[in-house]
Write a protein that binds this ligand. Structure first.
Ligand SMILES: Nc1ncnc2c1ncn2[C@@H]1O[C@H](COP(=O)(O)OP(=O)(O)O)[C@@H](O)[C@H]1O
Ligand SMILES: N[C@@H](CCC(=O)OP(=O)(O)O)C(=O)O
Length: 376
């Protein structure tokens, strides 16, 4: 591809994520100046006709400064307190900066649970779509005040990618403190070289992305790479870009080669299946024999109990499970028709035996093909 950035010129719907590393300095709260000029850049993209959803970090750092805390706390209840205090300031900073450009802003706070429950997922999507239609800039963050480990996105890279899936964005821009994605962590290796572009699924990228991060960041590059791959599932192109250089967003919109671009090279999955694999939390694992792997991956068939060799975890009927090959590599995800205890009793057996083994039969398949998504 000659200049893969060129394809961004004609794109319409962008999710832009602004990370903690960019917005805050340890102990100094929010960088209001940066919020102001980034808002100006976003205003310019909107003037060019793009629909923008902003995903922003910064609530914990802002709250820490207001509460006079010098170190990011580790205890969940103190993080929740800092985030609740800081979120007020964060949203106020964006609202004020955007008002200057005549832009109305709206706050959307999400937890993983909001996106994993189908009805709430659809509600979040329609809320974002309505705001975009009305010309309002949605400003999204994790609802840290109520997020426990069970329902946490964990880092805003994941939240931004899920938001991109949710609204089927064309582009996900991850603004951070580095100019792009390097072949090793530039914080640790001064010789590291930045990549201009890559296919999102390129396996060589895995060993390049370090998990080191700034004092206030959560994910490092590893979560950004995972976010790029997640966004690619709904067909989005991701760009990791420095949010420190004025005009970077404008350059990007003009098709200039700034940052590192990851183009989607996997087949896009339908909206419902995306929700299924991307938003639900897996509750267990099924280990399949080679025959079962071949028919579900190669022929798009349902998974029958006869192809199961082992069952792990504790899941109920209707919950998401990961399907792995005999080597433990994930090959698919899907909604189980039987609980973990029932699956153990019927594994390795033909479907006709389910009734005699359990005393009842719900479905002949352990996972029906409509509820099964191949993920390799
Ligand atoms: N391959 C890599 N290329 C660029 N940065 C990397 C890489 N591996 C690790 N990093 C680190 O990731 C950091 C950015 O992640 P993080 O601090 O979580 O930022 P943010 O708060 O913007 O999400 C960089 O400052 C850098 O040290
Ligand atoms: N929701 C948190 C942000 C989480 C976080 O730090 O994410 P990231 O910017 O990806 O490192 C906050 O607003 O402080």
């Amino acid at each position: 591809m000659e200049n893969p950035h060129q394809q961004l010129v004609s794109t319409q719907r962008w999710v832009i994520k602004i990370g903690s590393a960019l917005l805050t300095k340890p102990g100094q709260g929010l960088d209001l100046n940066r919020i102001r000029w980034l808002s100006g850049e976003i205003a310019e993209l909107r003037r060019q006709g793009k629909d923008i959803v902003l995903v922003t970090s910064g609530s914990v750092a802002a709250g820490m400064q207001q509460l006079g805390w010098r170190r990011r706390p580790h205890e969940l209840h103190r993080l929740q307190a800092a985030a609740s205090v800081g979120q007020m300031n964060l949203i106020h900073a964006y609202a004020t900066a955007c008002q200057y450009y005549g832009i109305h802003t709206a706050q959307i706070l999400l937890t993983h649970a909001d996106l994993s429950e189908r009805e709430r997922h659809l509600n979040a999507r329609s809320a974002l779509q309505t705001l975009l239609k009305m010309g309002i800039l949605p400003v999204v963050n994790e609802n840290d005040a109520i997020a426990t480990d069970e329902i946490r996105f964990g880092d805003n890279d994941t939240l931004a990618a899920m938001t991109a899936n949710l609204i089927e964005a064309d582009v996900l821009v991850i603004l951070t403190d580095q100019s792009g994605f390097f072949d090793s962590d530039p914080r640790l290796n001064p010789q590291a070289r930045m990549l201009a572009a890559s296919a999102a699924s390129n396996p060589a990228l895995d060993s390049m992305a370090g998990d080191s991060k700034g004092e206030l960041g959560r994910g490092g590059m590893a979560t950004k790479l995972r976010a790029a791959r997640r966004a690619a599932r709904s067909g989005a192109t991701t760009v990791i870009l420095s949010g420190k250089e004025p005009d970077n967003l404008r350059h990007l919109a003009a098709g200039n080669p700034v940052g590192t671009l990851f183009w989607p090279d996997m087949k896009p999955i339908k909206a419902r299946q995306q929700w299924l694999v991307g938003h639900l939390i897996p509750k267990g694992k099924l280990i399949l024999d080679d025959g079962a792997v071949n028919v579900i991956c190669g022929q798009g068939r349902s998974l029958l109990p006869v192809g199961i060799r082992a069952v792990q975890g504790d899941f109920s009927r209707g919950e998401l499970v990961i399907c792995c090959d005999a080597q433990g590599r994930e090959v698919a995800r899907g909604l189980a028709n039987y609980s973990a205890a029932e699956s153990i009793r019927i594994m390795g057996q033909p479907s006709q035996a389910i009734e005699s083994l359990l005393g009842y039969v719900d479905e002949p398949e352990l996972i029906h093909r409509d509820n099964l998504v191949v993920t390799t």
